[in-house]
Design a protein. Structure first.
Ligand code: SF4
Ligand code: SF4
Ligand SMILES: [Zn+2]
Length: 143
């Protein structure tokens, strides 16, 4: 991995969990120092276009629901979400659909606490990026 200037988030917070179940705190786009993305629910200034125009984020069913998450939708998990989930499961070992089921069952705060523990580097306490094989702060390998 090249040297990435990075930020050090104090904690994972509920507003960083996207409608699709992605925890944006884990995204390298959020953790980088230069022009960091504010997360799916944040402003679009530094958001890559594929996330700004995302059909899940902009889905009418999300706006129509109360929770702000896909799990509430009658079509859940729709083909778009299943596609995204498959890509992340295969490439990054993480499932958005599993995240959403966890939120539906235990609530958002419990999920955030779970994420905090799951993605905390055991060596340095930093957040492990889902997009990297090792901790971007100390280099410790995942797992
Ligand atoms: S780039 Fe996309 S996935 Fe990453 S933090 Fe921004 S909105 Fe979230
Ligand atoms: S699961 Fe429902 S709310 Fe989520 S993107 Fe698909 S259709 Fe929209
Ligand atoms: Zn570390």
């Amino acid at each position: 991995m090249g040297a990435v200037e990075k930020r050090y988030p104090a904690a994972i917070t509920p507003d960083m969990i996207a409608a699709c179940g992605m925890d944006c705190t884990l995204c390298i786009g959020y953790l980088r120092e230069r022009k960091p993305c504010a997360g799916c629910r944040g402003d679009d200034a530094n958001k890559p276009s594929h996330c700004a125009v995302c059909v899940i984020k902009n889905c009418d069913q999300i706006a129509a629901g109360e929770s702000g998450f896909c799990y509430e939708c009658a079509k859940f998990p729709c083909s778009r979400l299943r596609q995204l989930d498959k890509r992340y499961r295969t490439k990054y070992g993480m499932s958005m659909i599993e995240n959403l089921e966890r939120i539906r069952e235990g609530g958002l705060d419990a999920f955030v606490a779970f994420e905090q523990e799951r993605w905390e580097c055991s060596e340095c306490g930093g957040v492990i990026s889902v997009h990297r094989d090792a901790c971007i702060y100390c280099g410790a390998t995942k797992g």
